[in-house]
Design a protein around this ligand. Structure first.
Ligand SMILES: Cc1cc2nc3c(=O)[nH]c(=O)nc-3n(C[C@H](O)[C@H](O)[C@H](O)COP(=O)(O)O)c2cc1C
Length: 181
């Protein structure tokens, strides 16, 4: 089986990447082959709403999303992690998820019942601050696209990676997410 992480944080050693990598490391290696993609380092253009994917199979843009969509398709479990920027996901994450439109319009591909783990990191100490937005994302983006959202980790009070490394509860939550797969 395959588990693939997508990180929307530009900080290579930041909290979002650390949490995703921790889950990937903790999953049973005999069961899962794992990989991680750093969206910030890839060439992902904004959806052009050109209608190509409604008339044809796939997307007309020739960029990294061709490989990422293939990875999504081939995976059994997906992790999407993003830092919260001004109450929303990072631009890198938004560019990535908007491009799921070609899967939404596909006659052959879908994300039905693919297990999805969502990770949101934030500096705000109250994990409830952005729950309306996170619920909205879950319902109108991920469940709309028929992902099976199995876990949502809201990692609060994180300014720097040291904050995460000192937070045994959050690290434990990440480990439990991996163990429950
Ligand atoms: C441009 C920018 C905007 C941010 N906006 C918010 C915000 O609205 N709420 C919040 O709690 N944290 C905000 N943060 C803090 C990050 O979400 C937080 O530090 C996160 O843990 C960083 O994750 P990373 O280490 O993976 O980059 C912002 C950070 C940046 C750079």
């Amino acid at each position: 089986m395959k588990i693939v992480g997508f990180s929307g944080s530009p900080r290579k050693d930041g909290s979002t990447n650390t949490l995703i990598k921790r889950i990937l490391k903790k999953v049973d290696d005999d069961t899962y082959e794992s990989s991680i993609y750093y969206l910030n380092e890839l060439n992902i253009n904004p959806c052009q709403a050109c209608g190509y994917c409604a008339e044809n199979e796939g997307c007309d843009l020739d960029d990294s999303m061709k490989d990422l969509i293939k990875e999504l398709e081939d995976s059994d479990v997906v992790i999407i992690g993003s830092p919260i920027y001004y109450g929303e996901v990072s631009a890198q994450t938004k560019l990535f998820t908007d491009r799921f439109y070609s899967i939404f319009n596909s006659k052959t591909k879908n994300l039905k019942n693919k297990k999805l783990i969502l990770i949101y990191t934030q500096a705000n100490p109250d994990p409830k601050t952005y729950t309306n937005y996170i619920k909205h994302q879950k319902k109108f983006l991920y469940e709309f696209l028929e992902f099976d959202v199995v876990n949502t980790l809201i990692a609060a009070n994180l300014h720097f990676k040291e904050d995460l490394l000192e937070n045994k509860d959050l690290l434990g939550e990440a480990d439990n997410i991996a163990l429950r797969l």
